[in-house]
Design a protein around this ligand. Structure first.
Ligand SMILES: NC(=O)c1ccc[n+]([C@@H]2O[C@H](COP(=O)([O-])OP(=O)(O)OC[C@H]3O[C@@H](n4cnc5c(N)ncnc54)[C@H](O)[C@@H]3O)[C@@H](O)[C@H]2O)c1
Length: 362
């Protein structure tokens, strides 16, 4: 007699991303209706803490009697095993319970490390993201990827862990540096390229109007967050469509790694990579033109390497974690808004794409 045990893993739970300006009333109402305990942990980026920490605590104390602040030092170095371990210590030593929520306030770094801490302590506590950088608002706070870096590579340790909610308050952007705006903008340009080409013109207008938390930017942030949400919902564990979000990124990761992390910003590398991927697409017969990125070029101050570095860059690409069976896989465009995944065995085409991007940026 055969016998089977059916194990049903719950389908993806759903959660809301709230966006607006000064949305604290909404945040507090959410806390009141979702958490019965009166204790909260706040993991907050150290710079954001200096600028907004007092306000964040005052607001949270409208509902929570105890708000325990865990500062996450600003910078990518905080996405480390040590920082993750420190967060575990602080959570456990300060009486975290299975139902105690953790509010992650900061950019992608804080969201990723605090998210992973929430995913792992007591096998998972409630997590709420409050993204404060443009990149975190349009990208990292959505989709449930959490994690830390390892000396072998970036983002190699982590978990898919969905938050209960995301609260995106553009008021935080008031204090965001221009360089960080431009980093987030690169991901928004990516959404224009892979999903909604009309965003190119809208982003151009918003940039002209200036980097400030305006209604214009709010609308674009909402639209970008929606695109990311749509794509991750279609592919929660990154096996298919979610790879489209890597448009320009295979080139970008190689450039960042080659230059040494920090010497070229992620946004600058993504911008360069998108031009290269667009050129590659054009070589395969697509109607897309790199010129589409031209209006944004003056924003990205890229120290373009010499063409003699291109073979090294291609070698770095071949060691990317997204390389399967030694073949580079690129996200290319059939036309604007229509991405596809392509195995790339043609080194010459890669070389020409790098060169086209470098020429465009010189
Ligand atoms: N989980 C995901 O799906 C996902 C997606 C994309 C990127 N990421 C990760 O996100 C990270 C990058 O995120 P990031 O660009 O937000 O970096 P970040 O968290 O380092 O923030 C960038 C800088 O902006 C500062 N900052 C943030 N908000 C501010 C504010 N309101 N005012 C003033 N300064 C502010 C921070 O202190 C920091 O110096 C990377 O580690 C990347 O791997 C994750």
């Amino acid at each position: 007699m055969s016998h089977s045990i059916n194990i049903r893993i719950a389908q993806q739970t759903s959660y809301d991303v709230y966006t607006g300006r000064n949305i604290w009333d909404k945040v507090i109402a959410y806390f009141e209706s979702h958490y019965s305990g009166r204790k909260l942990f706040i993991a907050i980026d150290s710079r954001v803490d200096k600028l907004h920490g007092q306000k964040v605590q005052e607001e949270c104390k409208r509902y929570f009697q105890s708000c325990h602040v865990l500062q996450v030092p600003e910078g990518e170095e905080s996405k480390s095993i040590q920082q993750w371990s420190l967060l575990q210590d602080k959570l456990l030593e300060n009486g975290v319970e299975r139902s105690t929520p953790l509010l992650a306030v900061g950019g992608g770094v804080t969201g990723d490390v605090a998210g992973f801490a929430a995913a792992s302590v007591l096998r998972g506590i409630p997590l709420v993201h409050m993204p404060t950088s443009l990149l975190a608002m349009v990208d990292s706070s959505i989709g449930g990827k959490t994690g830390i870096n390892h000396s072998v590579g970036k983002n190699l340790i982590g978990a898919f862990y969905q938050p209960d909610a995301v609260f995106t308050d553009i008021e935080f952007l008031e204090t965001l540096d221009r360089r960080e705006w431009i980093g987030g903008l690169a991901e928004m340009l990516k959404y224009a390229a892979i999903r909604k080409p009309a965003l190119f013109d809208q982003l151009e207008q918003a940039v002209e109007a200036g980097f400030k938390p305006s209604d214009q930017w709010l609308a674009l942030i909402r639209e970008s967050a929606q695109i990311k949400a749509d794509i991750v919902q279609e592919d929660v564990h990154e096996s298919g469509k979610r790879t489209w979000l890597n448009f320009g990124h295979t080139f970008a990761h190689a450039l960042e790694k080659w230059a040494g992390y920090g010497n070229i910003s992620h946004g600058e590398a993504v911008f360069t990579g998108m031009i290269a991927a667009t050129y590659f697409s054009k070589m395969l017969g697509s109607s897309v033109e790199e010129i589409r990125f031209e209006p944004f070029k003056p924003l990205y101050n890229i120290n373009v390497p010499g063409d003699e570095t291109i073979p090294e860059l291609i070698q770095v690409m071949q060691s990317d974690k997204k390389v399967k069976e030694q073949t580079i896989r690129l996200v290319l465009l059939k036309k604007w808004g229509a991405p596809y995944l392509k195995k790339c065995e043609n080194e010459l085409a890669l070389h020409d794409s790098w060169k086209a991007a470098f020429d465009a940026l010189r």
